[in-house]
Design a protein around this ligand. Structure first.
Ligand SMILES: O=C(O)CCC(=O)C(=O)O
Ligand SMILES: [Mn+2]
Length: 206
């Protein structure tokens, strides 16, 4: 049985398990994600105003988040290949189960941040039941995470997420606005070409 360590810190009311995945587990998950990307190639979704996002995304599990001029939604087939998405890697499921044991996630969204990529403040609100958390895993270069309140104009706070850290948006924070301001490109050797992978585990269907 795999063992998990890491210390839980509460940062601005957000539970963050520092080093949930040790360096060997991070490599194992990275290898699993290479296989996911081979089957379901990453793509750049369009923003609502018709510009491609700076992150590339793909997914494991039943659903992948998608965006184009028609708006935001979840899809069940890869937009280019038409194939179903591969299974969620075991180490990603383990991170979800550290926060939620009632059901397993049906989506593991994978964001790839290359040099200069960022993600604007947004809410995760395309899922059916906000009673389930969104659980995030960080791999590779550190990222400056910004979190505000459930209203866009609420004040925001920031902290760094490092490779192996796991964090959850749940309860009162489930609908908090959040985003990534920047990454420290080239700090981590985990990914061959540098950058950061973020996995968000979600329960999309009710
Ligand atoms: O990259 C991150 O840590 C956050 C990603 C995120 O908020 C999202 O995919 O909805
Ligand atoms: Mn989000």
């Amino acid at each position: 049985m795999t063992e998990f360590f890491g210390n839980t810190e509460t940062l601005h009311e957000i539970p963050v398990i520092r080093g949930f995945l040790d360096p060997v587990q991070q490599q194992e998950l990275r290898n699993d994600l290479r296989e996911v990307a081979r089957i379901a190639p990453p793509f750049s979704p369009m923003t609502g105003w018709g510009k491609p996002m700076s992150v590339q995304i793909t997914a494991a599990g039943q659903f992948c988040w998608y965006s184009d001029r028609k708006g935001y939604r979840y899809i069940e087939a890869h937009p280019q290949t038409g194939a179903a998405f591969p299974a969620i890697p075991a180490l990603a499921l383990a991170a979800w189960r550290a926060f939620e044991t009632r059901v397993d996630p049906d989506c593991c969204l994978i964001n790839h941040y290359r040099e200069g990529a960022r993600m604007g403040l947004h809410q995760d609100r395309d899922e059916a039941d906000f009673g389930y958390p969104v659980v995030s895993i960080s791999l590779g270069d550190p990222a400056l995470f910004r979190i505000g309140g459930v209203e866009r104009k609420a004040p925001t706070r920031s902290f760094w997420l490092e490779s192996g850290d796991v964090m959850a948006l749940q309860g009162d924070q489930r609908l908090a606005f959040h985003g990534i301001d920047r990454i420290k490109f080239g700090q981590s050797a985990l990914l061959q070409k540098g950058g950061r992978l973020n996995l968000t585990l979600r329960r999309v269907a009710p």
